[in-house]
Design a protein around this ligand. Structure first.
Ligand code: COA
Length: 322
């Protein structure tokens, strides 16, 4: 028995926010943003995380050729659900008609899709479930302080999804490694529900914005991502040279090329779409996976590494054979 991705889907909102638009909002320039990040534009939604997740999910289910009732499990990797409860996965279940699926959200910021995929695979491997829908969806535009040029240039909204199935095949997902260091949580943080109750002297009435130490996050990513990818390749017993694609969280072009250099692998093996979408957090890996899949880039048996990193701090890598 193997576990395979049998369908992918993605959705990005229509509204485009370019670097030129940002020039009118904060002191920055298209040239600076492109040089320091590789980002040219990003998408912004008015509709919210569930709406995008549902659209991506429907496309993945259609490509997989499954009926929603066949889904045993739905996990949504998100840190920006529209509601604190119910979870986004429950809302997706209702919207697509997957009434018998177990549903929950997983909060691991930009590592959210990767950690959700790994979690789904453990359930499938246990034999308990056969077919899972894994989604990464985020609306970071609602957490960004649009007057902070250090963060507002980086992020965008979107959703991506994959249908994963246990079946008779040579495909596999895993081994994987998931890491976290909560002691460094402050360097990328967004507080949520404010304290509001009659027993406090001080009432908080606003949600916090995202705050980030960009340089620290940069250093964290370029060190830990190559390490965790090398560790997962060693676990898989596969040399880096045999990998067709390293599909990484799309945070910054300089991070990705530095990782490629440290791995002594050509940057052409590190596909990127961040020029168009910026950093879409939990959605970035599945959006890219879906784009490559629909472009026919994957062949059966291709060896691929996925790697994510983000707030927590969290990071990890997964080996998969398509
Ligand atoms: N436009 C113009 N200038 C800017 C700017 C902007 N949008 N943002 C910062 N600057 C300025 C700074 O104020 C600083 O000016 P100073 O030298 O006069 O003090 C200068 O540019 C350099 O700032 P610095 O923070 O050193 O820039 P950087 O090269 O580290 O780039 C980031 C900043 C945020 C692009 C970069 O640190 C980064 O991408 N970090 C990783 C963030 C990330 O990926 N987070 C999500 C992870 S999931």
């Amino acid at each position: 028995m193997g576990i395979r991705i049998i369908g992918t889907g993605s959705y990005v909102p229509d509204q485009i926010l370019t670097n030129r638009d940002l020039e009118r909002m904060v002191e920055t320039s298209d040239a600076w943003i492109r040089e320091r990040t590789g980002i040219g534009s990003r998408r912004i939604t008015e509709a919210g995380t569930t709406d995008m997740a549902v659209k991506a999910a429907k496309r993945a289910a259609e490509q997989a050729g499954i009926f929603p009732e066949e889904l045993d499990l739905i996990i949504v990797g998100t840190s920006t659900g529209d509601c604190l409860f119910p979870g986004t996965a429950c809302e997706v279940q209702a919207a697509i008609g997957a009434g018998s699926a177990a549903c929950f959200d997983l909060s691991a910021a930009c590592s959210g899709f990767l950690f959700s995929l790994n979690t789904a695979c453990v359930y499938l491997e246990s034999g308990e479930y056969e077919t899972a829908l894994v989604i990464g969806a985020d609306t970071l535009s609602k957490t960004v302080d649009w007057s902070d040029r250090g963060t507002c240039i980086l992020f965008g909204d979107g959703a991506g999804a994959a249908v994963v199935r246990r079946e008779e095949s040579a495909g596999c997902i895993g081994p994987f490694i998931m890491k976290a260091d909560g002691s460094r949580g402050e360097c990328l943080k967004c507080s949520a529900v404010p304290l509001r109750n009659p027993f406090l002297d001080k009432q908080e009435d606003a949600f916090g914005y995202m705050a980030m130490n960009g340089q620290e996050v940069f250093r964290f990513a370029v060190k830990t991502v190559p390490e965790v990818m090398e560790a997962v390749l060693e676990k898989a017993g596969v040399p880096a040279e045999e990998i067709q694609y390293f599909i990484l969280h799309q945070a910054n072009e300089r991070i990705l090329s530095s990782v490629a250099k440290r791995m002594r692998q050509p940057v052409s093996k590190f596909p990127m779409n961040l020029e168009r979408y910026g950093n879409t957090s939990g959605a970035s890996i599945p959006i890219l996976l879906d784009e490559l899949n629909r472009q026919g880039k994957f062949n059966r048996g291709d060896k691929i590494v996925l790697a994510g990193f983000g707030a927590g701090l969290t990071w990890g890598a997964t080996f998969l054979r398509w």
